[in-house]
Unconditional design. Sequence first.
Length: 152
Amino acid sequence: MITHNKIVKLLEDISTNHYQLNGFGFGDVWEYLASSTPATPCLWGILGNTTREKNEVIMNYSLLVFDLVKSDESNEDEVLSDTQRIVFDILSILNSPLYSTQFILNPSNSMEDFTERFDSSVSGWKIDIQLRTTFDNDVCQIPFTGLPTIID
């Protein structure tokens, strides 16, 4: 089963290797805003809820891809177009057969554009994704000394 740490590292590696992205972050968005020199275009990840259904674990994340917009907003459509294309690139990477033994990307994703978000002049896209992985329910893998007994 893939862990949250591995997913964050994978997203960071995607950001590092993508020629159009200059920044990466994960966590609350205020952390991006608190940065003295926020890099853009940026991929930002936010942890959502996790659900276990039978033999699957479903991990939800929100991904934001955004860039700076000029003060006269003359490049806003270009920023929205470029960041949307980057989101599609990220989806293609996450859907790669290379990762199919680790997780499956839910084939349906909700995307929402935004402008002037975070009290900043950035625009881009937010996409909600679900990564499905197996839950093997293997008691033998738990680091403990044994199952407790139930006393009547």
